[in-house]
Ligand binder design. Sequence first.
Ligand SMILES: NC(=O)c1ccc[n+]([C@@H]2O[C@H](COP(=O)([O-])OP(=O)(O)OC[C@H]3O[C@@H](n4cnc5c(N)ncnc54)[C@H](OP(=O)(O)O)[C@@H]3O)[C@@H](O)[C@H]2O)c1
Length: 216
Amino acid sequence: MRIGIIGTGRMGLAIAELGVRAGYEVAISGRRAPSELRDIAASIGTATIASHPADAAAFGHIVVIAIPWCHREALAAYADVLRERVIVDTMNPFLEDRSLDAIHATHSSYVLARALGASRVVKAFNTIWYKELREHSTLHLPLERRRAIFLAADCERSKGTVARLVCDMGYAPVDSGGLLSGGGRQAPGGEFFGLHVDGARATRASGATLWRPAAV
Ligand SMILES: NC(=O)c1ccc[n+]([C@@H]2O[C@H](COP(=O)([O-])OP(=O)(O)OC[C@H]3O[C@@H](n4cnc5c(N)ncnc54)[C@H](OP(=O)(O)O)[C@@H]3O)[C@@H](O)[C@H]2O)c1
């Protein structure tokens, strides 16, 4: 399984590292030319390549969007390819001045999906700080005792694909609902934003469901 990542900042690289550790092939990309990303890719591991965003989108079965919300319009250039992919939206809708984009605060992933004409968008990893994501992976624990990563999507199959990735990375995938309902719970100010709980507590407290891929 391959992951293309658009955005090589704190969140994009944390996901790249976890993905490689989990056995996925990863292409990283950003605003900088691939030649400028080669050393970073090499430091993550031999399963990582540096590319242009269009190539990262074409490379991945899963494409992770990890750029600032206010730069999202750049993604329109790759919409044709992204529409065919499972898209993981990590973005929180903050503006350049760090204030919340009040218009899209609770449904930014839905807005992204509509703008791209994409039906396979999964909102994930947006509720956790990148440093914690790097450090709290616990592959040896059962899902109930791993840190929860919340997933919102309208396409169940895509949610399953990302749930598998979350499991492989050492976290517990917790289904928060559809892009609008679950997306709102995951958004800044929502009940799951910044919530540091394990899979068991996440499901007990909220009625959300622990997603258990077949082989875990
Ligand atoms: N940091 C966190 O803990 C955290 C937690 C939850 C969610 N998120 C979300 O994750 C996203 C990324 O946050 P971050 O903290 O990783 O930001 P960051 O460290 O500032 O990195 C942003 C990256 O996006 C790239 N980028 C910007 N515009 C681009 C474009 N038009 N095309 C391709 N790449 C572009 C930048 O490229 P250059 O390096 O070339 O400038 C940079 O690598 C945000 O939407 C944020 O809300 C972050």
